[in-house]
Ligand binder design. Structure first.
Ligand code: HEC
Ligand code: HEC
Ligand code: HEC
Ligand code: HEC
Ligand code: HEC
Length: 503
């Protein structure tokens, strides 16, 4: 065994010698850096850092001159905001790592000099080298902080979240673009303010990157999202349900499957409420006012089956409601999902609003993208949308064929006389399909239930079905006027709309 070599001990005479020769403190400090830095690892690090720094800075100049644009190209963003800064940091780390490694090797071989050869500061080259190292260090700190700030901003951008992993996020991204929140960034709802959720999201994000790389992600992405941040911490950054919202008039237009595509409207006065001088009022107030707490147990993964509900009102009184329609065992209740009700239990599709085929068509007809001058267009388009197709491409082709054939054979004069309307209708129907059906992600009509309402899914009636009864016999109210006044129900040109000047 060779005796373990000791670290060099500074020699006082050497120190005096330094000063005698006019070497500054900085010069002394520079000695080990210059000596140990001469190794392939550190040099590679220096090359990586310098070249990536150069590219990054050039890119910034372009961004400033051209007014931003890289983030418009998803992979450009990844390259400039994540990969290049990554290389830059790896280079930075390699430099000291190489020096330490060289020191370790020399130490092991007993070749570490007692005194690092001096860097003679009177020599202009050494002075320049020192200046360069100092300048590079300051520049690197600046580049590093700017790049990490930009990297975080980029990872929080809609284009990164929505389009980078194209196939995976395509359903959510498409539905998002077609929603009231299409100008709200993904991270406003999925991360929200504060550091702890930021860190959590980056950790789970890393997991997701691996899931995409190794193709182990679930199809469809399951909902509800069990790790979603409690909605009140995110939604309430912008909306405040305790604020009294009064009543909202909702007009729901539907179109029949007859030749004329007859319109019918339902007019509802939604009692949104909130909190007023007398306390909780309406829909928002009764579930969300200060002090009110509704807990429930769902016994299925999608939270559609709710046999047990507990209600604590604003005065602190708690009532337990049990469903006499759903027979759940104690074991099912114990193992079910226990949840405190929040925005998500009604607005579970605030932005990923997938449509059902009939609703998509009704909306398009109402907005005149599909003309009611095309006989039976509602019926035919609905049939075309509901058929099953192997891929989105085939779907588009067959939807077009089906509608063209129908009018060519049944209404030849329409096919030729209203060909522009027909073409626009076909394009719109294809669009409805493309926004809602994603075979690669196993997302099809109705994959994601919408809990706001009760016509297509149980929604409010998961609890308000009249079968949830308390020990005293009272039930969660389900009278039709509990939540809305029905001003018109499936009427053609309802009188109420004429009266208030809406028709
Ligand atoms: C207005 C708030 C909001 C915005 C903005 C938003 N999301 Fe969501 N997202 C939600 C909520 C709420 C859920 C959970 C739905 C549930 O649990 O049933 C969700 C669920 C999801 C899911 C799970 C699958 C599903 O449909 O339930 C994915 C994936 C997703 N969001 C991606 C995105 C992406 C990508 C963006 C940006 C392009 C985005 N979200 C923007 C609120 C939002
Ligand atoms: C960053 C701000 C922001 C956040 C966070 C946010 N919203 Fe919104 N929300 C808006 C804006 C802005 C509108 C109005 C859009 C419009 O009218 O075009 C809106 C509209 C709505 C509407 C009315 C939709 C309609 O059809 O008119 C509902 C409901 C809603 N948000 C629910 C939610 C829920 C639930 C969450 C939490 C998951 C949430 N919002 C998070 C900004 C936000
Ligand atoms: C018990 C179910 C329920 C809960 C819980 C709930 N909402 Fe609502 N909310 C409704 C209904 C119903 C409407 C009426 C609009 C409609 O039906 O489209 C509405 C309307 C809204 C609107 C639109 C108001 C307007 O003036 O246009 C916003 C915004 C909104 N809710 C946000 C929230 C937020 C944020 C939360 C959570 C803090 C929340 N809601 C919790 C059922 C609920
Ligand atoms: C998880 C169960 C649950 C769901 C889902 C739910 N509610 Fe409720 N709701 C309750 C409970 C519990 C009460 C309080 C019952 C009472 O007053 O005794 C309540 C009360 C109400 C009230 C006040 C009734 C009154 O006393 O005048 C309204 C309005 C209401 N809910 C509307 C809605 C709407 C609209 C939806 C769907 C968008 C909905 N609720 C979904 C559990 C639920
Ligand atoms: C617990 C609250 C609640 C109760 C009770 C309730 N509804 Fe509703 N209803 C809603 C909500 C929420 C919507 C959806 C509004 C929207 O689409 O934004 C709705 C929508 C509707 C629609 C419109 C559907 C459409 O798309 O055209 C009709 C019709 C309707 N309700 C009828 C009734 C009738 C009839 C009853 C009594 C049997 C009833 N509702 C009881 C909350 C309720």
């Amino acid at each position: 065994m060779v005796p373990h070599p000791r670290d060099p001990v500074p020699d006082p005479s050497e120190a005096r010698d330094l000063l005698l020769n006019g070497e500054t403190k900085a010069g002394a400090w520079l000695r080990p850096i210059v000596y140990l830095g001469r190794n392939p690892i550190s040099l590679t690090g220096a090359v990586l850092t310098t070249s990536s720094a150069f590219t990054i800075v050039t890119f910034w100049v372009f961004e400033i001159v051209l007014g931003g644009g890289a983030s418009r190209y998803p992979y450009g963003g990844i390259l400039f905001y994540l990969i290049l800064p990554g290389i830059f940091v790896v280079g930075l780390l390699l430099m000291p790592a190489g020096a330490l490694w060289r020191r370790y090797r020399l130490l092991k071989r007993g070749e570490l000099p007692h005194f690092y050869p001096r860097a003679d500061f009177r020599h202009p080259m050494v002075r320049r080298a020192a200046g360069l190292i100092g300048f590079a260090t300051i520049a690197n700190v600046l580049i590093f902080t700017t790049a990490s700030y930009q990297g975080v901003q980029y990872m929080d951008s809609v284009s990164f979240c929505g389009t980078t992993c194209h196939t995976v996020m395509q359903p959510e991204y498409s539905a998002y673009l077609n929603s009231p929140h299409s100008r709200v960034a993904c991270v406003e709802c999925h991360i929200g303010p504060g550091a702890s959720w930021f860190v959590r999201s980056k950790l789970s994000g890393t997991e997701q990157v691996f899931a995409v790389l190794f193709d182990t992600y679930p199809r469809p992405i399951p909902s509800p999202v069990t790790s979603l941040r409690p909605a009140r911490e995110t939604c309430e950054q912008c909306h405040w349900p305790q604020r009294f919202g009064g009543n909202i008039l909702l007009v729901k237009n539907h179109y029949d499957s007859d030749e004329a595509n007859t319109s019918e409207s339902t007019v509802l006065l939604m009692k949104v409420g909130g909190v007023d001088a007398r306390g909780p009022a309406g829909i928002h107030g009764h579930h969300l006012a200060a002090g009110v707490q509704i807990h429930y147990i769902a016994i299925d993964a999608q939270r559609q089956v709710i046999p047990w509900v507990s209600y604590t009102d604003a005065s602190g009184k708690t009532t337990i409601f049990r469903s006499n329609a759903i027979k759940a065992t104690q074991q099912q209740l114990d193992q079910g999902q226990h949840r405190l009700m929040d925005c998500m239990d009604c607005h579970n599709r605030p932005t990923h609003t997938f449509q059902l085929p009939a609703d998509g068509l009704d909306q398009a007809i109402q907005q005149h993208y599909i003309s009611t001058d095309l006989p039976y267009i509602k019926r035919e388009a609905l049939a075309a949308l509901q058929a099953s197709y192997p891929s989105r491409q085939v779907a588009r082709e067959r939807i077009a064929q089906a509608l063209e054939n129908f009018y060519k054979t049944q209404y030849p004069q329409i096919a030729s006389g209203k060909s522009a309307e027909l073409a626009q209708a076909i394009q719109t129907v294809e669009g409805i399909y493309s926004r809602n059906v994603f075979p690669e992600m196993h997302v099809t009509w109705g994959t994601y239930p919408d809990d706001l309402g009760h016509t297509n899914w149980p929604g409010c009636f998961r609890c308000h079905d009249g079968s949830h009864v308390a020990a005293g016999g009272e039930s969660i109210p389900n009278d039709c006027s509990t939540c809305h006044d029905i001003l018109a129900m499936s009427e053609h040109n309802p009188k109420v709309l004429t009266e208030i000047g809406m028709q």
